[in-house]
Design a protein around this ligand. Structure first.
Ligand SMILES: [Zn+2]
Length: 222
C-alpha cells in the first residue's frame, strides 16, 4: 500500500499565504540552453523557508496565469528540481481534465518510475515552453513517484491516467527534456492551428489513432 500525499486541499491552504508581490517571471522557451539542461536538486532543508514557499507560490501563479495544467521550475528560470501540476476548476475545452482527474500537487526532487502493471498510452502533449505545437507522445499510463511535497514531507504515490501523463511531462523538464524529443517521428508534431481542420487530415497522418484521439484524452493501442 502506497502512502498517500496530501495534495489539493493542503496545497491550497498552505500556499495561498505567502504573497507574490513582484511581477511574474516570463516563460522560458524552447531553444534556451538552460531549459535543455538537467537542473540540480533542491536542498530539502530549504523547502519550508519563506523564500522557497514564495517561489512555489510564484510557480503556481505562473501556471495559472499562462494557462498551463502543469509547469516546472526551469520554465520560469528557476533551475531546480521542482514542478507543480493540477487544476482548480475544470478545463473549458477538455472535459476529461478537472480537479478530480488532475488534483493540484507540488513535487520536489522527485524520482519517477513506471508501475509494474503500466500500459503504453498516447496523448497529444503541449507545453508552455513550446508555443503553438502539439506532439503525439507515447508514455506509460501508470507511474510511481517519490519525492518531497510542498511542505517538505517525503511521500510516495501511484498515479495513473492524465495525472501520470502530466507528471511525466513535467518530470522531463527537470532533465532538460521537452516533448518534441519524445515523439517517435518528427511528423508526430503538429501545429495547433491544424487541429481545426482535423477532418481534412489524411487518414493516417500523423497516425490513424492520433487523428481520431481528441486532445486531453489518453489513447490505448488495444
Ligand atoms: Zn512542458
Amino acid at each position: 500500500m502506497l502512502a498517500q500525499c496530501r495534495t489539493a486541499a493542503y496545497a491550497q491552504t498552505l500556499h495561498t499565504s505567502p504573497e507574490v508581490t513582484d511581477a511574474l517571471p516570463k516563460l522560458v522557451l524552447l531553444g534556451t540552453p538552460k531549459l535543455m539542461q538537467r537542473s540540480p536538486a533542491v536542498n530539502p532543508d530549504d523547502i519550508t523557508s519563506l523564500s522557497f514557499q514564495r517561489e512555489l507560490e510564484t510557480l503556481k501563479q505562473c501556471m495559472i496565469r499562462y494557462g498551463g495544467i502543469g509547469i516546472a521550475g526551469p520554465q520560469i528560470g528557476w533551475y531546480q528540481r521542482v514542478f507543480c501540476f493540477g487544476l482548480f476548476k475544470a478545463a473549458e475545452r477538455y472535459p476529461a481534465l478537472n480537479p478530480d482527474t488532475l488534483p493540484f500537487q507540488y513535487w520536489i526532487n522527485p524520482v519517477v518510475n513506471p508501475a509494474n502493471d503500466s500500459r503504453p498510452s498516447w496523448f497529444w502533449e503541449g507545453c508552455l515552453s513550446v508555443p503553438d505545437i502539439s506532439g503525439w507522445v507515447e508514455r506509460p499510463d501508470k507511474v510511481i513517484v517519490e519525492g518531497y511535497d510542498g511542505e517538505g514531507q517525503w511521500c510516495q504515490l501511484e498515479l495513473d491516467g492524465i495525472a501520470a501523463r502530466v507528471l511525466q511531462h513535467e518530470y522531463d523538464h527537470l532533465d532538460g527534456v521537452l516533448f518534441p524529443s519524445r515523439v517517435s517521428k518528427p511528423t508526430h508534431l503538429v501545429p495547433n492551428e491544424l487541429f481545426k481542420f482535423k477532418e481534412t487530415w489524411a487518414r493516417d497522418w500523423p497516425t490513424p489513432a492520433a487523428r481520431e484521439c481528441p486532445k486531453g484524452q489518453l489513447w490505448y493501442a488495444e
